[in-house]
Ligand binder design. Structure first.
Ligand code: ADP
Ligand code: MG
Length: 251
């Protein structure tokens, strides 16, 4: 279980999140929505312990472990996996090299090279990724959509149990978006991970069907509801749905 309690996050002395609270139990899917610049990506960076984001108050606990005492590698070793809004390009390291090294780090030394290749090729076929991408540098010179699919391939190979998806939809065409959403659903049904999904896309919400939908506004989660809250926002917008104004007045 992830427990975020009264978190205060600053970047360059500016407070981005204040009194931010969120609990995600094992196997739950939570959607986080909010206007541009609300701080959605900030919370993903904090979870993965990006040191540009200073936590000045609060708690960040995953399964009784204090994430605030960990670095990014330790957090990843706990099975936390982020597909970030803008995946980084890593020149000089191929996808195959990174994945094999990560699997060995996870203690999966028994995976022989033939089995590893067979697995990679089958995921490439499923996700519509050219097979030669396996031996290309991570995300280097790839299109926005290709990067998102490659990150999804990493996810399938590494089998994380806590997944954070920051606008995985951006850069994907309509068909790719459906393919990616259905692939995530298949992964969820197979492994039952916890998922925190940040999106503005109805198709993704409709396919993944989050258990809870949260609206981030005024530096914290201001409103929590079910999938109907997301549907209302898709129809009327954040201000159109008066969700943010209403709760400001405590109604
Ligand atoms: P969202 O993902 O909800 O659109 P972000 O979390 O990316 O919003 O950003 C929240 C606010 O924090 C924005 O005003 C953004 O400019 C600022 N911010 C985020 N990261 C940094 C950073 N590394 N340096 C400076 N400002 C940042
Ligand atoms: Mg963002």
């Amino acid at each position: 279980m992830l427990k975020i309690e009264n978190l205060v996050v600053k970047v360059l002395e500016k407070t981005i999140l204040e009194n931010f609270n969120l609990e995600i139990h094992s196997g739950e899917i939570h959607a986080l929505m909010g206007q541009n610049g609300a701080g959605k990506s900030t919370i993903t960076k904090v979870l993965l312990r990006d040191t540009n984001y200073e936590v000045s108050k609060g708690k960040l606990i995953l399964d009784d472990k204090d994430l605030l005492q960990m670095n990014t590698t330790d957090v990843a070793r706990c099975g936390v996996f982020l597909i970030s809004q803008n995946p980084v390009e890593i020149k000089g390291v191929t996808n195959a090299e990174m994945l094999r090294t990560s699997l060995i780090d996870q203690g999966k030394n028994e995976l022989n090279i033939l089995e590893f290749n067979r697995k990679m090729i089958s995921y490439c076929e499923k996700l519509g990724i050219p097979k030669d991408f396996i031996h290309r540098d991570i995300n280097y010179n790839m299109s926005g959509g290709e990067k998102k699919k490659m990150e999804l391939l990493h996810l399938w190979m590494l089998e994380p149990k806590f997944i954070i998806l920051d606008e995985i939809d951006s850069g994907l065409d309509v068909d790719s978006l459906k393919l990616v959403a259905n692939s995530l659903k298949e992964y969820y049904e197979l492994y039952k991970p916890s998922i925190l999904i940040i999106t503005h896309q109805k198709a993704l919400v409709d396919i993944l069907k989050p258990n809870y939908v949260h609206i981030l506004n005024q530096k914290k989660i201001e409103v929590t509801g079910d999938i109907n809250l997301a549907e209302k926002i898709f129809k009327e917008g954040f201000s159109g749905a008066s969700i943010i104004d209403k709760s400001d007045k405590g109604e």
